[in-house]
Design a protein around this ligand. Structure first.
Ligand code: PMP
Length: 399
């Protein structure tokens, strides 16, 4: 049984969630729509009867919403269980399709700061004879474009570059990446899990071939995402990894989670609609947070590309402070040190290490992300509590 014991209003009011890049709460309108859908529609969308076809039409309407949110055609969108699965289908599926057509290109170029759901399938392919080239990044997380130009050549099958980083918020120069990949005829994939709703996304203009999306990063439900393929699965050189009933144009078989898809559709529509306002409001909150904090405390370094960051992102290294101890001293806050997929492991963040931070600096880093529900009052409380906790820890360690 899940723990659904009621959280008192007083406790709720005291807790401050600052980890919106790990996940976002489902928008109330999205959650209400999903509940209504779930109560009413249970038929299998693959069934030919009236109830099944009604569910199928709802899925197609959601597909149109997701497509419109990123400037794509509905038939180019395949629903998956999230960005992890989309990244795996894109990378492993591109390699499988290449092998099937006797392709000689064996190099895959990606970044050392990619999410594990990109790096791990690349590692899997390395064991099968693919050459994985990691393009270095600068101290601010932006890829070294000169190095990318050197790494991408006629042997390159796939270039996979994230749109924006979940830990430090750095946004990559996707258009320049796309020019380089196109020049050499390499396929281009982007993990855009952190982009939808945070950045303007027009994939047609970007010149990519494959793009991964996730609903729970943009106020939709968990366990649902999408892969966009230029020209749709039949046009794109990506082979299926699973086989079954031919759902999602044969690329991702299995009875679709219709309620989650409907929720994702609405969340994507809202994300695109609200993106300019959300971005402006969250940048202002983040800037206020950093200005107040840096004004009160010394020994803080900001990580990431300061002029090219996700609007709500703030990655801060607190000199001489253990980030886990800092979090333990901030019991009212939901905060993370590295990516959520890593917490619990003793390894420092691979993202921070790739930027050139020392192990000690990586262990002293908090990853903060503000989201739609964040208020100015929460920001100010966070500043005051962090200042007190850092001062306390520094005092203790110097005595
Ligand atoms: N890529 C990035 C950049 C992410 O931030 C995440 C979520 N932590 C993922 C991929 C995985 O997304 P999902 O949870 O939908 O599998």
């Amino acid at each position: 049984m899940p723990d659904l014991s009621p959280v008192s209003d007083a406790r709720k009011a005291r807790r401050i969630y600052l980890d919106y890049h790990a996940s976002t709460p489902c928008d109330p309108a999205v959650a209400a729509l999903m509940r209504r859908f779930e109560a009413q529609e249970f038929a299998n969308p693959a069934s030919a009867h009236v109830a099944g076809q009604r569910a199928a039409r709802s899925i197609e309407a959601a597909r149109e919403q997701v497509a419109e949110a990123v400037g794509a055609l509905p038939e180019e969108i395949i629903f998956s269980s999230g960005a992890t699965e989309s990244n795996n289908i894109a990378i492993l599926g591109a390699a499988t399709a290449a092998q099937e057509r006797g392709e000689l290109r064996r190099r895959i170029v990606t970044l050392p700061i990619e999410h594990p759901s990109v790096l791990a399938p690349c590692g899997h392919l390395a064991k099968r004879g693919y050459e994985i080239a990691l393009c270095p990044v600068h101290r601010d997380g932006r890829l070294d474009i000169g190095a990318l130009e050197e790494l991408v050549d006629e042997t390159t099958l796939l270039v996979s570059i994230q749109a924006a980083n979940n830990e430090i918020g750095t946004i990559q120069p996707l258009r320049e990446v796309s020019e380089i990949a196109q020049k050499h005829g390499a396929l281009l994939h982007s993990d855009a899990a952190q982009a939808l709703g945070k950045l303007p996304l027009d994939i047609e203009a970007l010149g990519f071939d494959l793009l991964s999306l996730s609903a729970h990063k943009c106020y939709g439900p968990k366990g649902i995402g999408a892969l966009w393929l230029r020209g749709g699965p039949r046009g794109a050189p990506v082979a299926p990894l699973c086989f079954g009933g031919g759902h999602e144009q044969g690329l991702r078989p299995g009875t679709p989670n219709a309620a989650a898809i409907v929720g994702f559709g609405e969340a994507a529509r809202l994300a695109a609609e609200r993106q300019p306002n959300d971005a402006q409001r969250l940048s202002a909150l983040r800037d206020r947070f950093e200005a107040l904090l840096l004004g009160k405390l010394g020994g803080i370094t900001r990580n990431g590309a300061l002029d090219n960051r996700l609007p709500g992102a703030s990655s801060l290294t607190f000199e001489g402070v253990d980030a886990d101890a800092l979090i333990a001293n901030l019991p009212e806050f939901d905060l993370s040190t590295a990516s959520a997929c890593h917490s619990g492991t003793p390894e420092p963040s691979h993202v921070l290490r790739a930027l050139g931070l020392t192990q000690a600096q990586a262990y002293s880093t908090l990853r903060i992300a503000f989201g739609r529900p964040t208020t100015e009052e929460e920001v100010d409380r966070a500043v005051n509590h962090i200042c007190d906790a850092v001062a306390h820890l520094r005092y203790n360690s110097s005595n």
